[in-house]
Design a protein around this ligand. Structure first.
Ligand code: LLP
Length: 401
């Protein structure tokens, strides 16, 4: 990544997110290439980073979109992703969202329960449409990742078991208003082990073959997202091995592979740039206080997640400290007990691996406006979301009293 953080800080102030779009291109191309032996669709998981320019960049590369709300579907459509490349997933879709998804004629609705299938069927009937359905299978496999981002065990709320899925596919087949087209499986996020993915994809492929035997022919095998990135020193799954192990399960099937990566495509494109406000000592404890906070980037507070931190100064005098923000919560930290150089007011601090699940999980807590987002492509920077102002913060409120 060759980005001059100081220059951007002078131009746009801090805090800001900056995304290296060339990195996104490389990640997308690597994955798409890995599946080249088959028809494939890389449907970007929009939740990871839903800035319109980010989605548009991926759309230009050929990506589809994996969406979990109609808001995300509309973002994908707005930047030009064709409806036939859009998937709508999620355990709790609203009636209104199902209706809109059907009206927009997207590729498929990923159904996660019996009850939801019935809702989709009756809404499709009202609209006199045939809903293209994919069913999310929960293979009951431990993905060996953080429990908050693990989804493939029966104790998690996601998907249905194999027998239920089979029954639901038969219901689709027999319905005037449903068409079974796909099967879906996503066991978790930030996956660093291939074995659980292999196991779950094998379960899915076997089910597709079983269904074929009873004349239910699916067109899409959606293996979900979940590929990890390096935050610290993680050993990653090799993309070619990943693709090959998926392709190996697909013998006898003429089917398009769909994958839904989020973090893999955008995670390491992003850096969150902040600046030092103050240093202070409480007793023996040193704190470095920066202008970014948990409302801007909540992963350390929420998951105790590690993000590499670099202070952009030449000071060689390192000592232990906590790196914290200005929000009124003890959970407002980016790193605890970390060795950082002595800093002074306005030194920049870079927080890495901030392209996925960072800006999208930001809030306005403490009435802090969301920060600016900047894209860098071919060495040129562009503001892709301006910093929120106080007027933005209160724009939707009324003073009744
Ligand atoms: N497909 C489905 C059905 C998903 O639920 C997710 C992520 C993805 C694809 C994309 O997963 P990825 O390739 O990005 O791992 N906020 C958490 C991550 C939550 C992931 C939710 N689902 C974090 O900050 O780590």
């Amino acid at each position: 990544m060759n980005i001059n953080f100081k220059e951007l800080a002078n131009k746009y102030q801090t805090p800001y997110y900056v995304y290296d779009f060339d990195h996104i291109t490389e990640q997308y191309t690597q994955l798409k290439e890995a599946f080249k032996a088959r028809k494939s669709l890389v449907a970007y998981a929009v939740k990871a980073n839903s800035n319109l320019s980010v989605i548009k960049h991926l759309a230009n590369l050929g990506a589809g979109a994996d969406c979990v709300s109609i808001g995300e579907v509309k973002r994908a459509l707005k930047v030009g992703i064709a409806p036939y490349k859009i998937i709508f997933s999620g355990v709790g879709k609203l009636d209104s969202e199902i209706r809109t998804a059907l009206e927009l004629d997207i590729l498929m609705i990923n159904v996660e329960s019996d009850a939801e299938l019935n809702r989709v069927e009756s809404i499709a009937c009202e609209l006199d449409k045939k809903a293209r359905i994919s069913i999310r299978v929960n293979p009951n496999i431990d993905p060996k990742t953080h429990p908050y981002i693990s989804t493939g065990l029966h104790e998690n709320k996601f998907g249905v078991d194999i027998d239920t899925a089979k029954r639901m596919f038969i219901q689709c087949k027999n319905s005037e208003n449903l068409e079974p087209v796909g099967i879906h499986c996503h066991i978790g996020s930030q996956l660093t082990q291939l074995e659980p993915i292999k196991e779950s994809v094998k379960i899915v492929a076997d089910l597709i073959r079983n269904l074929k035997a009873i004349n239910i022919e699916l067109s899409f095998m959606d293996i979900g997202g979940g590929l990890a990135i390096v935050y610290e020193d993680e050993k990653l799954i090799d993309t070619n091995e990943y693709a090959q192990s998926v392709l190996d399960t697909m013998f006898g099937l003429d089917i398009t592979v769909v994958c839904e990566p989020g973090r893999f495509l955008v995670g390491n494109s992003g850096v969150f740039i902040t600046k030092v406000l103050y240093e202070k000592i409480n007793g023996d404890k040193r704190f470095v206080i920066i202008d970014g906070a948990m409302n801007d980037l909540i992963r350390p507070a929420l998951y105790n997640a590690y993000h590499k931190v670099v202070v952009l100064n030449d000071n060689k005098e390192f000592s232990d400290c906590n790196l914290v923000g200005p929000v009124c919560e003890s959970g407002d930290f980016f790193a605890k007990n970390i060795e950082l150089p002595k800093t002074k007011h306005n030194d920049l601090v870079a927080i890495y691996s901030a392209g996925a699940y960072c800006f999208t999980m930001a809030s306005n807590y403490n009435s802090r406006g969301k920060v600016a987002e900047i894209a860098v492509l071919n060495g040129e920077d562009r503001l892709i979301r301006r910093r929120e102002t106080f007027e933005d913060l209160i724009a939707l409120e009324e003073e009744y009293l």
